[in-house]
Every structure is written in C-alpha cells, then in structure tokens.
Design a protein. Structure first.
Length: 96
C-alpha cells in the first residue's frame, strides 16, 4: 500500500523485520561479560574486542585482513556487527 510521498507500508515492515533479524544475529555474535576484558564487547567465543574490527577498518585494513589476524572470529560475526553498526548510523542520521 503506497501512501503520500511514496511510503510503502509493506516495505517498512520488511525493513523492520530485517532490522530485528540483524539484531538477533548481533546478539548471537557478541558477548559482554564484566569478568572478561573489563566488560568490553567481544566476539562470542573469543577474547577479541569488537572494537578491534573497527580499529582494523579505520586503519585501512580489509575485512579479510581482520579475519586473518583473528581466526576465532567468523565472517558472519563480523558482518553482523557491521550490519548493526551501519543500521545504527543510518537511524541516527535520519533522526536529525
């Protein structure tokens, strides 16, 4: 059902479902334990801080390089973190 300004309710519901699915994948990929690394978020099953992914990307490293440097982190874990971070950024920009 299209409305004024071309807003498609069906598309909005799909996007919301996609965001929920991304949030579930994120929860499955990241762990936060006050007893581990001072409570810093880490990739589940590892002691690799999520921040390390962003540090690598900021330094110009590829996702492949990050995964090679941290073989305990799966591609799916890294992608779920990037997907949620990207969605959060877009949500913040749209709020302005």
């Amino acid at each position: 059902m299209a409305a004024k300004f071309g807003y498609d309710v069906g598309m909005a519901l799909t996007l919301d479902q996609d965001a929920q699915a991304a949030a579930r994948r994120f929860a499955e990929s990241v762990d936060k334990d006050p007893a581990r690394l001072g409570g810093a978020p880490v990739f589940r099953g590892t002691r690799v801080p999520v921040k390390s992914l962003f540090d690598h990307l900021t330094a110009g490293d590829s996702l492949e390089t990050f995964l090679d440097d941290f073989p305990g982190v799966t591609r799916e874990q890294a992608r779920s973190v990037l997907e949620v971070a990207g969605q959060h950024l877009l949500d913040e920009v749209q709020k302005r």
